[in-house]
Design a protein around this ligand. Structure first.
Ligand SMILES: [Zn+2]
Length: 283
């Protein structure tokens, strides 16, 4: 991998640590000891930088042909901006400083769930969370079903041998800290996406990953806290779509993971903006 890496100071309970990561990840942490008692979470945020842009992008060996699956117009319609209270922040902004980096609304966001470590009902949980975040953003998702792709810390966004000549689907897995070291220390989930730059420098997300801590999710499900487990998945998909954390504890994208009731008004406003990204058939 030729990723440019950017270290960032990450604040976690009782300690600081510097991390280096190639992608954009924000983690929702959940103390294992309190996992079945309350969704008391702390957060680790990993900042990232896009891969160095290759002038052969779209034509090079590390990218599919441009415009795979792209329609002429957005596939869905983002809902109108809801009222209520609560804010939103974005994972990454465009170079103009005004617009967030988002997915292309003219093509579906394919996603796949790994069979590796998948708990009973885990794929249904993922589908429910995806449906909620799709409705809130207006972005169309397509379930590519299950994959045996194992969780690895650095995932190639283009895997033609496994997924064909297209960007790899967004990948969801229930993983262990041994597989994904950034899940160590009580982090219950990680989510983020990989952007690519168009010729004019506009960034568009092309794929992403959600890594869920298998043991913490098992604890939540075993305790009957399905709403909390689904909220963890929704929160991480929020990161995949481009939302970052807010300080308002009532929002899904708060560092404490919200109330378990899905996206709140601030989350929904942010998602509606992310659903209004630009169509880029040149990627
Ligand atoms: Zn988070």
């Amino acid at each position: 991998m030729q990723d440019m890496r950017q270290g960032s100071l990450v604040r976690v309970p009782g300690r600081h640590r510097a991390t280096r990561a190639p992608l954009s990840w924000a983690g929702l942490s959940l103390g294992r000891a309190v996992a079945v008692l309350a969704v008391v979470v702390a957060v680790s945020v990993w900042l990232w930088q896009v891969r160095p842009f290759d002038s052969r992008h779209g034509l090079g060996a590390d990218a599919p042909p441009a415009g795979i699956g792209a329609a002429r117009a957005p596939l869905g319609a983002p809902p109108s901006m809801p009222g209520g209270h609560g804010g939103y922040t974005f994972m990454r902004m465009q170079g103009n400083g005004a617009d967030p980096v988002a997915y292309d609304p003219c093509r579906p966001i394919h996603f796949t769930t790994s069979t590796v470590g998948l708990p009973p009902g885990g794929d249904a949980l993922v589908r429910e969370a995806v449906a909620t975040m799709s409705a809130a953003s207006g972005l169309r998702f397509v379930d590519d079903g299950l994959t045996d792709e194992p969780p690895t810390p650095e995932r190639d966004p283009y895997q033609p041998d496994r997924y064909g000549d297209r960007w790899a689907p967004v990948y969801v897995s229930f993983a262990t800290p041994e597989q994904i070291p950034r899940l160590a220390g009580g982090t219950v989930g990680l989510g983020g996406s990989t952007p690519r730059a168009a010729g004019d420098g506009v960034l568009v997300y092309v794929t992403g990953s959600v890594w869920l801590d298998r043991a913490a999710m098992d604890d939540l499900l075993a305790a009957g806290r399905r709403d909390s487990a689904r909220a963890v998945v929704e929160h991480e998909i929020g990161h995949v779509l481009g939302l970052n954390h807010v300080s308002d504890a009532t929002q899904l994208m708060s560092e404490t993971g919200g109330t378990g009731a899905g996206p709140s008004d601030g989350d929904r406003r942010g998602l509606a903006i992310l659903g209004r990204g630009v169509c880029r058939p040149d990627l």
